[in-house]
Design a protein around this ligand. Structure first.
Ligand SMILES: [Zn+2]
Length: 605
């Protein structure tokens, strides 16, 4: 038997994920238990979560899709079906099932609390060791089909059979310069930016250690296509396939749909913010409510609390959809800017009170959901009549918005999202209450301030299927003219100086700052820039424009066009991969449910 206790025999597996040091255990005892992440399910996360260096590669180009890539991908798919008998079909990871490889091994033998699902048998065993049992991770199962090719199945959102789009997992025991291929076979959306130049994100622990490289885009031969696996209620699944050559032997590499941003990350950020002596007088951190799983949802109030000047109100929320992680980065940069030392930040604090709810769907973030909360519902459809128990963060945020409206002139509401099918940054607003189309002004000011903001992608229609979204529900009920959804592409821009480049943290920062500067432009007393855009609206007959919405069914709205609405409401979370050709062998073995635990009661309740 191999001695896994020595680092060199651990094949790049990040051992620190699998145990806590005494020091860490003591630190947790000291921490406020309210801020520990709870899954709300009987699914147990590893003792530790991965940590990343903040730096990321600047301005990475998109790839140019090869003309024959779809043909090639389909040919490979057909080969897998025709030669099904020759495939390995070896389940090498499952996030919930017990491992047949390590079930008889005591983790303490290796000084660990939990073992990986698979442990290599020798140095020659090049089987990858997958992991996703960390916060926001969502790989359900990995099946080795050839030496260097794996089929991957994602966990659907709890209490749904769908919403697979976000992915985040790690793999260890890599071999340098070998071409690996990964096929994520249970994607749901009919189209994807992976066919328009987007590459997955990767993070190499060795690259980070040796060269200080953070998250970077990688992968080639990328294709997203409909496969031959039928879904239970009609339609088919989709496959995202990509090949990749790793840079190091025995490395641990994380792969994600977008830069991960966890609840733990947010809690650390907020703690740092409130303990910053320079910012202490500019921001108050308050508890909004507890989530279904018992995690604390906080909100911030930012403003100049020392001057008695009358202030207008602005409410900004984000991360109602857990898979849209860029919303959290933009939110963090906005908070940094609003609490910062610049002249503009001071003007904003003197004239406005900002109420900010940075993470509306905490349980979804913790569990690696893409869209829903633990009740299996899209929280951005619950704003008309949110239920205090089922949708507590929406219920209490709505109360917060109403209270702000009673206290002061509430001039702007914005909910921040990511968009999985379109490029650029744009906004959805609501038209109908103001004949002068004043709702166009703020997005146009953003266009003038932000190099990746596309006004032509904005849409101001009131779609029937989105009546329950924050934007439409709050606009109707509270008559907030400037009531928006800010949408950001998962990929990048298709115009201007960043055309053909992926969005990165630098661009998220620009988006956040230009949003804040547009607030100044919108409300400064002289109204210089507002007058200019009003003139533009008049001249270009934008007043009467109603945009065709067929391309705007995005992430604020559901764009699962093949979906049977019944399937969405079905109270089960396992996927059943039906396939008549049996080409997927053990992959089709029914996946065990991960049941929900009853919500933890707060002390004294
Ligand atoms: Zn969204």
């Amino acid at each position: 038997m191999i001695d896994f206790n020595t680092d060199e025999h651990f094949y790049g597996i990040n051992k620190s994920l699998y145990y806590k040091t005494e020091e860490q255990k003591n630190e947790i005892k000291k921490m406020d238990p309210e801020y520990l992440t709870r899954t709300g399910t009987d699914f147990v996360l590893l003792p530790n979560s991965p940590e990343f260096i903040n730096h990321n590669e600047p301005f990475e180009p998109m790839y140019i899709p090869k003309q024959t890539i779809l043909e090639e991908s389909l040919r490979r798919e057909i080969e897998r079906i025709c030669f099904a008998d020759t495939l390995l079909n070896k389940v090498v990871f499952d996030c919930a099932d017990p491992s047949p490889f390590t079930k008889d091994i005591d983790p303490a033998t290796y000084g660990l609390e939990v073992l990986p699902y698979y442990l290599p048998q020798s140095k020659e065993d090049s089987t990858l060791v997958f992991e996703s049992r960390f916060e926001s991770g969502n790989l359900r199962r990995a099946i080795q089909i050839c030496d260097y090719e794996y089929n991957l199945i994602l966990k659907p959102d709890y209490y749904t059979t769908m919403n697979t789009q976000w992915f985040y997992f790690s793999l260890s025991n890599t071999r340098k310069d070998v071409e690996y291929r990964f096929n994520i076979i249970n994607m749901m959306k009919p189209d994807s930016l992976y066919n328009s130049g987007m590459k997955p994100l990767m993070y190499s622990e060795q690259g980070a250690k040796q060269k200080k490289i953070g998250w970077f885009r990688d992968g080639h031969e990328i294709c997203y296509y409909q496969n031959n696996m039928k879904r239970k209620n009609g339609g088919f699944y989709y496959t995202l396939t990509f090949a990749v050559k790793f840079q190091h032997d025995f490395d641990c590499v994380y792969i994600a749909h977008c830069y991960p941003y966890t609840y733990t990350h947010l809690c650390r950020y907020l703690k740092q913010l409130e303990s910053d002596p320079a910012k202490k007088n500019r921001v108050k951190r308050k508890q909004l409510c507890q989530t279904i799983a018992g995690n604390m949802c906080d909100f911030l109030i930012i403003g100049d609390f020392n001057n008695g000047k009358e202030k207008k109100g602005i409410v900004i929320t984000s991360r109602v959809h857990p898979g849209e992680t860029m919303a959290s980065y933009v939110m963090e940069y906005m908070i940094d800017f609003l609490t910062g030392n610049t002249h503009e930040a001071r003007i904003l604090r003197e004239n406005f009170i900002f109420k900010i709810v940075p993470m509306l769907n905490i349980d979804g973030v913790v569990n690696g959901n893409y869209r829903c909360n633990l009740a299996g519902v899209d929280l951005n459809r619950q704003w008309i009549d949110p239920n205090k128990k089922q949708h507590p963060t929406i219920y209490h945020t709505k109360q917060l918005v109403k209270k702000t409206k009673e206290e002061r002139d509430l001039v702007l509401f914005c909910d921040i999202h990511g968009h999985s099918r379109k490029k650029n940054i744009f906004m959805y607003g609501c038209s109908g209450k103001d004949p002068n189309r004043k709702e166009l002004v703020f997005p146009m000011l953003n266009r003038n301030n932000c190099s990746v903001f596309s006004f032509k992608d904005c849409c101001f229609l009131l779609q029937k299927d989105r009546e329950g979204s924050a934007r439409i529900a709050l606009w109707r009920e509270l008559s907030i003219i400037n009531c928006y959804t800010l949408e950001m592409s998962f990929c990048g821009a298709d115009f201007g100086k960043y055309e053909y480049f992926h969005f990165n943290l630098d661009i998220y920062k620009e988006i956040a700052q230009s949003f804040c500067l547009s607030i100044i432009d919108c409300y400064e007393p002289e109204q210089i820039k507002v007058k200019q855009v009003l003139e533009e609206i008049e001249q270009n007959s934008l007043k009467n424009q109603q945009k065709d919405d067929k391309n705007n069914s995005g992430d604020e709205g559901s764009d699962y066009s093949n979906d049977d609405p019944k399937e969405q409401a079905m109270p089960q979370q396992q996927i059943q991969l039906q396939n008549n050709d049996q080409q997927l062998g053990s992959q089709t073995k029914k996946l065990k449910k991960i049941p929900l635990l009853p919500p933890k009661k707060k002390k004294g309740q």
